[in-house]
Design a protein around this ligand. Structure first.
Ligand SMILES: *Cc1c(COP(=O)(O)O)cnc(C)c1O
Length: 348
């Protein structure tokens, strides 16, 4: 089979040999009955890592987000989300349909929240108004840019939230990438949040899964919400086994993905593409085709003909994500192929 250099997402990563082996030999039981030791071990390990009381293993990041919102607010509340967030764009309007809450959407450029704008979005419960009760952060911020929000800014936002009676949820799908980029532990990055979610199935290379961590009371409610959504599962230890391997040996490796992304970003900048190198902090590269007269669809199609896959995210914008199945030499090949396309004017 022909090998593609697949830069569309870090979700395409395949499980490692050790993951497959530990899945095969995992000790399992019925997790809905609280009898799956491997799932329990994973939940406890994640909670420990985040210095929280409890963890909950779920099928996906989307489910973790919906469960967290169901746990932290009531139907009829208002919830603050940022415009580019996964919750706001890519969850089939779950916020409206499953959670029954009203989103208050805020523009947050470069991961920097403007508290004076935020202040205007806070409503009290009144005869005509629904209360704002929850603020959702994303780490890394913006799935098309991967910006690591510094700890000091998270603290500032959380202090503001608490002062205004809001709970805080961090959709930390890529919080481990942020932790590596910022040289902070995930525990400090998630310190002030009521619940935090992270994905095992992206850069950490598991086949399936996300984990929610937080206080034991919140996680107990979340467990019931997961059940309500049909997300209670039985011998989940088969999947949790891969998660245990991921937390042991896939976290530090993320630093390499960031190095590969930076190499790619710098190379593309030299070729004249619009790249914000300063914002290329983790494994995501946001490319503006700018001076080239091509559009994102055509550009990605031309790349695909050279066995390179990237994701069009707008008329002139393309996203590339590095991950464990992309090698350093692949980055050179990608730059070479794009450079050839530019020179032969095939994409002009
Ligand atoms: C990928 C992602 C999710 C959803 O995870 P799935 O497992 O694909 O459902 C949620 N939030 C962010 C920021 C993501 O990048």
């Amino acid at each position: 089979m022909k090998r593609f250099i697949d830069l569309r997402s870090d979700t395409v990563t395949t499980p490692t040999e050790r993951m497959r082996r530990s899945m095969y030999s995992a000790i399992v039981g019925d997790d809905v009955l609280g009898e799956d030791p491997t799932t329990q071990e994973l939940e406890a390990k994640a909670a420990d890592l985040f210095r929280k009381e409890a963890g909950l293993f779920l099928a996906s990041g989307t489910m973790a987000n919906q469960v967290a919102i169901l746990t932290l607010c009531n139907s009829g509340d208002q919830v603050i989300v940022h415009r580019q967030s996964h919750i706001n764009n890519l969850e089939c309007a779950g916020l409206a349909t499953i959670c029954g809450v009203q989103p208050r959407v805020i523009d947050v450029s470069g991961g920097c929240w403007d508290l004076s704008i935020l202040e205007k979005e806070i409503y009290q419960s009144g005869i005509q108004t629904a209360p704002t009760t929850l603020l959702c952060l994303e780490q890394t911020h913006d799935l098309n840019r991967g910006i690591a929000i510094p700890r000091s800014h998270i603290q500032e936002i959380c202090r503001f939230a608490k002062n205004n009676g809001l709970k805080v949820f961090i959709d930390g799908a890529r919080i481990f990438n942020a932790s590596i980029a910022l040289h902070e532990t995930v525990a400090t990055l998630a310190e002030d949040a009521d619940l935090t979610a992270f994905c095992l199935s992206k850069g950490l290379a598991c086949p399936v899964g996300s984990i929610l961590v937080g206080g034991s009371q919140e996680v107990a409610i979340a467990r019931r919400m997961r059940q309500r959504l049909g997300g209670g599962w039985r011998q989940a230890g088969i999947l949790a086994a891969a998660g245990l391997v991921a937390l042991d040996e896939m976290v530090e490796r993320l630093a390499e993905d960031h190095q590969k992304a930076l190499l790619l970003a710098e190379g593309l900048l030299k070729l004249g593409f619009g790249i914000n190198v300063k914002q290329t902090q983790t494994n995501i590269i946001h490319i503006d085709l700018g001076i080239y007269e091509t559009n994102a669809q055509t550009f990605c199609k031309k790349l695909a003909e050279q066995s390179i896959l990237a994701k069009p995210i707008g008329n002139k914008e393309v996203r590339m994500i590095t991950h464990k199945d992309i090698k350093f030499e692949d980055i050179n090949n990608v730059l070479e192929e794009i450079s050839k396309l530019c020179m032969s004017k095939k994409i002009l």
